[in-house]
Design a protein around this ligand. Structure first.
Ligand SMILES: N[C@@H](CCC(=O)N[C@@H](CS)C(=O)NCC(=O)O)C(=O)O
Length: 226
């Protein structure tokens, strides 16, 4: 199999690349790297991505890292399989604008929420996390406006915007739901009550062919154990 995507389970950037492969209906393999064994920092992997980050995609003798570059590569190589960047100039403009809005506005917020909870320190730093939660709420308002009258974040077809935003919102909702800390503002959870358009959109993404195949494996096994 020519296409092989290296990922860490739950990584939103890797999930974005995997969703692109899966939604395009491509034949690909997935190589999971174990953080506990620092496999993403091993020399063999650093030869693929010198930053030691996921994702990285191997396609024969071509290697691409940076999840957005992977999406652009796949779109160029397989333009007709479920286009992710639209089919008209107008669609491409809107989709790229919103993907870059995600990079500029939601990615820093996600890092500001997820990193202290996963890697600490969290205690004593709740105010900083709550500031990011406020920014997350502002983005969820923005997405609700985009979804008003539309099935997806840039119109009525799935696009690179959806597969960028979905993993990020899913991981933030998950870590904030699971973390035990009374000082964190969780008043906006569950999303189904506070942001019904966002919640309905998430359900639409989850129902797509190809979604299940790339769901983070350790999330699935934790759910099975609950
Ligand atoms: N801009 C990169 C970000 C990739 C990234 O931050 N990956 C994280 C996982 S979500 C990672 O590999 N972290 C491990 C590390 O930095 O050591 C992309 O879009 O691919």
């Amino acid at each position: 199999m020519a296409l092989d995507c290296y990922f860490i389970s739950g990584s939103p950037f890797a999930w974005r690349a995997l969703l692109a492969l899966s939604l395009k209906g491509l034949d690909f393999s997935m190589t999971e790297l174990k953080v506990s064994e620092a496999e993403h920092k091993a020399p063999e992997y650093l030869a693929l991505n010198p930053h030691g980050q996921v994702p990285a995609l191997k396609d024969g003798d071509i290697t691409v890292y940076e999840s957005l570059a992977i999406l652009a590569y796949l779109e160029r190589k397989y333009p007709d399989n479920s286009p992710l960047f639209g089919t008209t100039d107008r669609e491409a403009a809107l989709i790229w604008q919103r993907v870059m809005e995600f990079e500029s506005w939601l990615v820093p917020v996600m890092r500001g929420i997820v990193r202290p909870i996963f890697f600490g320190p969290l205690e004593g730093h709740e105010d900083a996390v709550n500031e990011n939660i406020d920014k997350l709420k502002a983005e969820l308002e923005r997405y609700s406006a985009w979804l008003d009258g539309n099935d997806f974040l840039a119109g009525n077809s799935i696009s690179a915007v959806d597969i960028s935003v979905y993993p990020a919102v899913a991981i933030m909702a998950r870590v904030l739901t699971n973390v035990e800390n009374d000082l964190l503002d969780k008043s906006f959870l569950p999303l189904i009550e506070t942001y019904p358009l966002v919640s309905a959109w998430m359900a639409r993404v989850e129902a797509l062919d190809g979604f299940d195949a790339v769901y983070p494996p350790h999330w699935r096994s934790q759910q099975a154990a609950e």
